[in-house]
Design a protein around this ligand. Structure first.
Ligand SMILES: *Cc1c(COP(=O)(O)O)cnc(C)c1O
Length: 223
C-alpha cells in the first residue's frame, strides 16, 4: 500500500470533526511530500530538531505539531513556527513556551498532557497537578499561549477494555475542563480538542470522544 492510499482510507474512516495528525517522525521528507501531495497539511513530530529541519525544507503551509516530550531548553527552536504543542506537562514548560512565543510575537497553541496509562514511564499530569497548574497565578498571567485542550496516551496493551477505560477517563477530565467557568472568557475559552488515539487504537479513541488522532505507522509504514 502507498502512503497516498493509506491516507485516503484512513481519512475516509474519520468523522468530520476529527482532525488527522500524520505522525512522520523518523520518515524522510520524500515520504512527507507524498502525503502533502494528497492534501495532508498537519504533520506530527516528536523531536524538535528533526521537526525544524523538515520545516525548513518543506512548504510553508504545513502545520507542525510537536507530539513528543519537550525539553524546556529546546522550546526556542520551534517557537517561530510550531502550530500546536501536545505534550505539555509542567507549569515551567508552559512558562517557557509563553516566553518564547512573546519573543516571536506569536500566540502558541498548547495541549496539556494527562497521564492516563498504567505505565510509570508515560509523561503527563495527573488530575491534581492539572488543577494546581490551572489555578496558579502564573498560569493566569500568561498571554502568549492558548490552551486548546488535552492529550493522552493509553497503556501499551492488547486489552481493549483497559484502553477504553483510560480514554473515557481522559474524556471526563476534558469535559470538566470545558465546564470550568471560573475564568469566564479567560485562559480556557479555547478548549475544544482531545488528542487521543494512534494507529492501533484510534477507532476506539474516536468512540470515546477524541477530536484529534495521531497516526504514524498506518500511514507511513513501520519505523
Ligand atoms: C509515534 C507516536 C504516535 C504515532 O504512533 P503510531 O502507532 O505509529 O500511529 C502518536 N503519538 C505519539 C505521542 C507518538 O510518539
Amino acid at each position: 500500500m502507498s502512503i497516498a492510499s493509506n491516507l485516503d482510507s484512513i481519512k475516509a474512516s474519520l468523522p468530520e470533526n476529527v482532525t488527522l495528525v500524520a505522525v512522520s517522525k523518523t520518515k524522510p521528507v520524500a515520504d512527507l511530500m507524498e502525503a502533502y501531495e494528497t492534501g495532508q497539511r498537519i504533520f506530527g513530530e516528536n523531536k524538535i530538531q528533526e521537526m525544524a529541519d523538515k520545516w525548513e525544507q518543506m512548504p510553508k503551509d504545513i502545520q507542525w505539531h510537536m507530539i513528543g516530550h519537550v525539553q524546556t531548553n529546546k522550546v526556542k527552536f520551534m517557537a517561530p513556527f510550531v502550530s500546536l504543542i501536545h505534550g505539555i506537562d509542567s507549569l515551567k514548560l508552559l512558562q517557557e513556551i509563553n516566553r518564547q512565543a512573546l519573543k516571536n510575537n506569536r500566540i502558541i497553541d498548547c495541549l496539556l498532557q494527562i497521564h492516563i496509562a498504567e505505565e510509570e514511564t508515560k509523561f503527563g499530569l495527573d488530575e491534581n497537578e492539572l488543577n494546581l497548574l490551572l489555578s496558579s497565578p502564573e498560569f493566569k498571567e500568561m498571554k502568549n499561549i492558548r490552551i486548546l485542550g488535552l492529550m493522552g496516551m493509553a497503556t501499551f496493551t492488547e486489552d481493549q477494555n483497559q484502553i477504553k477505560k483510560e480514554f473515557i477517563h481522559l474524556k471526563s477530565i476534558f469535559d470538566s475542563l470545558k465546564n470550568r467557568d471560573e475564568y469566564g472568557k479567560g485562559a480556557l475559552q479555547y478548549v475544544s480538542t482531545i488528542s487521543m488515539g494512534m494507529s492501533g487504537d484510534y477507532q476506539l479513541a474516536i468512540e470515546c470522544g477524541s477530536t484529534m488522532v495521531r497516526i504514524g505507522s498506518s500511514i507511513f509504514g513501520g519505523r
